[in-house]
Design a protein around this ligand. Structure first.
Ligand code: APR
Length: 229
């Protein structure tokens, strides 16, 4: 059975990483226009680097939780049939042993706004750091900002079109194109499931599993093992 899983900030919430739109979330403390848009970076690259340096330091201290490990177990058991796509930029899925498609980029990756080279980001990035490839002082986090094209969309869309089961975990479904994945999957005949602490109210989900991810995801994976064993 071809399964596509989409995760959002909610799956990393119990690892201590903030979500974006919950009470006290990242976007209640920072204006995304200042720190998560190309215009904000052009205006004040120092501010943008400070924002991501703080999130990179936070993410470096975080540990994967039971939900991350359960998805890695599922992927290992049904190798090739479980595609994991995340909107998150932390490395917790990989730390749990999973293969993951980072559609919004990753905190541990850097890129050059001048030559588009990519490399492993240092823990602290500075606006005046020269690009290691073209020496331009245009280094930036390799993170997809609002108004930019998410990564691997063609690949993700192909997986969604072949999915028999689509599961969205810990995402508010507010940001496209990720918010539209459920429709692609459903149109392609997949069963669609949402796992969240509160239902987003998107009627395209056939089933909503309410609860924290560290409870609902391991239970769901164990049930799948029993069913598909
Ligand atoms: N378990 C499960 N779900 C949770 C938990 C938890 N412990 N804690 C919070 N949630 C849910 C919230 O109910 C909410 O629906 O996680 C969701 C988090 O939503 P957002 O903060 O909007 O995060 P996300 O959906 O990942 O945002 C998508 O928006 O700002 C951009 O690029 C950013 O990738 C991000 C994108």
């Amino acid at each position: 059975m071809k399964i596509v899983v989409l995760t959002g900030a909610g799956i990393s919430a119990e690892s201590g990483l903030g979500t974006f739109r919950d009470k006290g979330g990242v976007w209640t403390q920072h204006d995304f226009a200042d720190v998560a848009t190309p215009e904000g970076f052009a205006r004040d690259p120092v501010k943008v680097h400070e924002f991501y340096n703080a999130r990179r330091a936070n993410a470096a201290k975080a540990e994967p939780n039971a939900a991350h490990f359960a998805l890695a177990r599922l992927q290992a058991r049904f190798a090739g049939d479980v595609v994991l796509v995340t909107q998150n930029v932390d490395g917790l899925h990989e730390a749990a042993g999973a293969q993951v498609i980072h559609m919004h980029g990753a905190l541990d990756r850097a890129t050059c706004a001048a030559c588009a080279a990519r490399w492993a980001a240092p823990l602290v990035m500075n606006a005046e750091d020269p690009c290691p490839f073209c020496a331009a002082t245009a280094t930036r986090p390799d993170i997809v900002w609002f108004g930019e094209m998410p990564k691997a969309l063609r690949q993700i869309t192909a997986h969604l079109s072949a999915a028999e089961l689509f599961v969205a975990i810990g995402t508010s479904g507010q940001v496209y194109p990720a918010a539209g994945f459920v429709e692609i999957a459903k149109t392609s005949g997949a069963r669609t499931v949402e796992m969240n602490v509160e239902a987003t109210g998107n009627g395209l989900f056939d089933h909503v599993e309410l609860g924290v991810a560290t409870q609902t995801v391991p239970v769901w994976v164990d049930r799948l093992f029993d069913r598909l064993a």
